[in-house]
Every structure is written in structure tokens, then in C-alpha cells.
Design a protein around this ligand. Structure first.
Ligand code: SF4
Length: 162
């Protein structure tokens, strides 16, 4: 699975894409030769519009899973159920397609694998996972941050060692 916004798909909260891995054709063709790639956007699958008001986690992803945290958007609206639904749909697809690994967008409240914003909308990053990233990791799927891929534009797949 790959965050769709890293594949040139205009699904991020601004209605744009965040990167386009497919522009590195050698890398991309190697990847496609070896794996079936499934683009995912948990926020869209959770029913949020595009473009949309950006959201941040209040609490850790595990708190949200335990009903002790929330996801709110910048206007203060509680979008926790959208995030939970999106993660459930992605998890369902991961099982249908027997997904081995996911390459996910950095810092996203859904897809972040290392850090997320702290819920203050002040641009402060803290250690933690986005909600879908947390769900995928909990089900045993190996996660890669985009930075582990996107800085490797000149690499071949064999150099990346998935
Ligand atoms: S939810 Fe994930 S895939 Fe969708 S725009 Fe945000 S970071 Fe990209």
C-alpha cells in the first residue's frame, strides 16, 4: 500500500498531491514489477471531502483506538469517526490483498509513521503514528516513511532492500 498523495493523486487536504513517486520511472517500474501497488487515502475513505479542513490527533493513536483520544479539525469539529472508518476500510483492504508493507506520507494524522502534529495546530511535531498507520502496524504490516523512499530517487529497488 502507498499513500495515494505520494503517487501524484490530488487527495491531500489542500486538494493537491504531496509527491509523485511515479516520476522516477526507473524506481517506479522496478517497484511495480516486483509488487502490486495499492494506492490508499484513509481520510477520503473515511468520508472526508477533498479539499478539507486539516486535522490533528488529540492524544496518541492508541488513545483514539481505546476511546480516550480524539481527532479534531482546525475548526474544532470532531472527525474521530471519519478517521476510525478510514482506518477500518484500509485494514480491510490490507487483508483482502494480503499486504506486506506500506509506504506512508510523513507527519499525517492518518499516515504518519514517525511523527504527527500535537493537536495545537501550531506546527509542533511529536513522536507518534497517524491513526491508520497505527492500525496497520498493529495488524503486523511493515511501515515505511515516505522519507525512506522519496530521498532515494536515484536508487534502484535492490538498493532499497524492502
Ligand atoms: S490521508 Fe494519507 S493518503 Fe490521504 S492525503 Fe492524507 S497523507 Fe495522503
Amino acid at each position: 500500500m502507498v499513500s495515494a498523495c505520494l503517487l501524484g493523486v490530488k487527495c491531500n487536504y489542500k486538494g493537491g498531491c504531496s509527491y509523485d513517486l511515479t516520476k522516477n520511472s526507473r524506481f517506479w517500474l522496478n517497484l511495480c514489477d516486483k509488487y502490486n501497488i495499492i494506492p490508499i487515502c484513509p481520510e477520503q475513505l473515511g468520508g472526508l471531502p477533498t479539499p478539507r479542513i486539516p486535522s490533528e490527533l488529540l492524544g496518541k493513536a492508541e488513545d483514539i483506538a481505546n476511546g480516550k483520544g480524539q481527532v479534531i479539525n482546525k475548526e474544532g469539529k470532531d472527525v474521530t469517526q471519519n478517521f476510525i472508518k478510514g482506518a477500518e476500510e484500509i485494514l480491510r483492504l490490507s487483508k483482502v490483498y494480503k499486504v506486506q508493507f506500506a509506504v506512508l506520507k510523513s507527519k499525517s494524522p492518518s499516515c504518519g509513521t514517525k511523527t504527527v502534529y500535537d493537536g495545537t495546530f501550531q506546527g509542533v511535531l511529536i513522536d507518534g503514528l497517524g491513526y491508520t498507520a497505527y492500525s496497520l502496524k498493529k495488524s503486523g504490516i511493515k511501515l515505511y516513511d515516505e522519507s525512506e523512499f522519496c530521498v532515494l530517487e536515484k536508487c534502484t529497488l535492490s538498493e532499497i532492500q524492502i
